[in-house]
Design a binder for this molecule. Structure first.
Ligand code: KIV
Ligand code: ZN
Length: 500
């Protein structure tokens, strides 16, 4: 097979990253983005974990048209049944079952012998296969598993109907040569291996997840588990964008292998995941970091102007980053906006375009230069599916170094306008207290974070908050050139999720 199947686990392993909890709506938004990006499989969650997780997997399963939708299950009847029910409405449903096989896991997690684990793997694969045609089996901690046992369990899982065998480097312990030999050994020692696709799943504890995944591909693996921006449990998973661009850029080294990814969607998807999880992408992150295509040294700049390929091995356009950063200003018309949105790969309906144009003009009035990132932030606000139960009409704050901050907030709720004022420990606290008086919702502010979306003194600020109600966490975000307005928008965004 000359194609590498891209199995995206942003919504499952990615969401296991501490602090990355996503609501069902956010998961659906990311799933839309993943389909557009062209991933082959979306692992949408772990249905037995909670009713929320079940709903999220089911919602994604009902939405996805092209990508297969997968639910994770332990080798337990109730897990497999929950996964089966959650994915059954998908065009292409898949159940992914996993069972630890390393000595250390057998001894401390299960207190079971290898033969008992083997029997459980067989029984569970059979059970899963009876309710779903597409089964993936993962021997968890495979890279630390005794090889003979690994071969036996893989052979058994294939015999019971697993079409994909995934090899997890669960604790990110392996290194590229070792992974290569492991995959090669599996091909040489599992008699029925040609009946299954071999997949690889790497964690980044030693910073080798992408290198290990590519090494597995070189040895014959034809599916890679990965996440957008490499988010995931602990140090994260192998990053989708790095794997895909490595395969594309180094076709010579990877036997011309293809993926189904529309690479021009990479940057947008990366931004979407970063915004929804609140995980800021490091500026030096390969492919999608702010500096990934910027040249600082004069010698480099001069050479790139003469011939881009002197210092650029990839074309930024190929990952959806516009060739020019500066795009529009207050004199730009609808035509220019539409042209730029098209270049950025954004598709909106007529109503969304009208609204976006209005908001673009408002922004351009406040800000001299409107950059791609500003536009993307506007588009993300426009295309989100969050009901506006509470909507900001206006906010006014008096503050200073020698007075107590005082906020006046006006909000629309069910067509009525409510107004409240409050003092607070700072201007943001005063705004939030005034809003609390209007909504009556008792939520604890767990996190507040402010970042500049672009450069310059007039840059828009992006505020991200996390509110907690009865143990559940609701993220919210808001952007504006005025950081108090952005703060209020973010707070209302989270409250809207609580009230939905
Ligand atoms: O890291 C891991 O082993 C996993 C499995 C569930 C595949 O995420
Ligand atoms: Zn994992």
């Amino acid at each position: 097979m000359n194609k590498v199947i891209i199995f995206d686990t942003t919504l499952r392993d990615g969401e296991q990253a501490p602090g990355a909890a996503l609501t069902s709506e956010q998961k659906l938004e990311i799933a839309f983005g993943l389909e557009k990006l062209g991933v082959d499989v979306i692992e949408a969650g772990f249905p037995i974990a909670s009713p929320d997780d079940f709903n999220a997997v089911q919602t994604v399963a009902r939405m996805a048209k092209r990508s297969a939708v997968c639910g994770l299950a332990r080798c337990l009847k109730q897990d497999i049944e929950a996964a089966r029910d959650a994915v059954k409405d998908a065009e292409h449903p898949r159940i992914h079952i996993f069972l630890a096989t390393s000595k250390i896991h057998l001894k401390y997690k299960f207190q079971k012998a290898e033969d008992e684990i083997l029997a459980l793997a067989k029984k569970s694969t059979r059970l899963a296969r009876n309710s779903c045609a597409d089964i993936e089996f993962s021997p968890e901690d495979a890279t630390r598993t005794n090889k003979d046992f690994l071969y036996r369990i893989i052979e058994a899982a294939i015999k019971e109907g697993a079409g994909t065998i995934n090899i997890p480097d669960t604790v990110g312990y392996s290194y590229p040569q070792e992974v290569y030999v492991l995959i090669e050994d599996i091909f040489n020692n599992v008699p029925n291996i040609n009946k299954a696709v071999i997949s690889i799943h790497c964690h980044d504890d030693l910073g080798m997840a992408v290198a290990n995944s590519l090494s597995a591909v070189s040895a014959g693996a034809r599916q890679v588990h990965c996440t957008i921006n490499g988010i995931g449990e602990r140090a994260g998973n192998a990053s989708l964008e790095e794997i895909v661009m490595a395969l594309k850029t180094r076709k010579d080294a990877f036997k011309n292998l293809k993926t189904s990814i529309n690479t021009k969607e990479i940057y947008r998807t990366s931004r979407l995941v970063s915004n929804l999880t609140g995980f800021v992408v490091a500026p030096n992150k390969a492919i999608v970091g702010r500096n990934a295509f910027r040249h600082e040294a004069g010698i480099h700049q001069a050479a790139v102007i003469k011939q881009r390929t002197t210092y650029e091995i990839m074309n930024p356009k190929d990952v959806g980053i516009g060739a020019s950063e500066l795009v529009l200003g207050k004199h730009s018309g609808r035509h220019a906006l539409l042209k730029r949105l098209k270049e950025l790969g954004v598709k909106l309906n007529k109503e969304q375009t009208d609204d976006l144009f209005k908001r673009f003009k408002e922004l351009a009035d406040k800000k001299k230069e409107v950059f791609d990132d500003d536009l993307i932030a506007l588009v993300e606000e426009e295309t989100r599916h969050i009901r506006k139960i509470y909507e900001l009409i206006s906010v006014r704050v008096t503050t200073g170094t020698d007075i107590e901050p005082q906020a006046f907030v006006k909000i629309r709720h069910k067509r009525k306008i409510y107004e409240q004022e409050s003092s607070g420990d700072g201007p943001v606290d005063a705004c939030y207290k005034a809003i609390d008086r209007i909504t009556g919702i008792k939520a604890k502010l767990l996190n507040y974070k402010l970042d500049a979306i672009t450069k310059g003194k007039d840059a828009q600020g992006m505020v991200r908050v996390e509110l907690q109600v009865k143990g559940n966490i609701f993220p919210g975000r808001g952007a504006s050139t005025d950081i108090l307005e952005a703060s209020v928008k973010a707070y209302l965004d989270a409250l809207n999720k609580i009230a939905s």
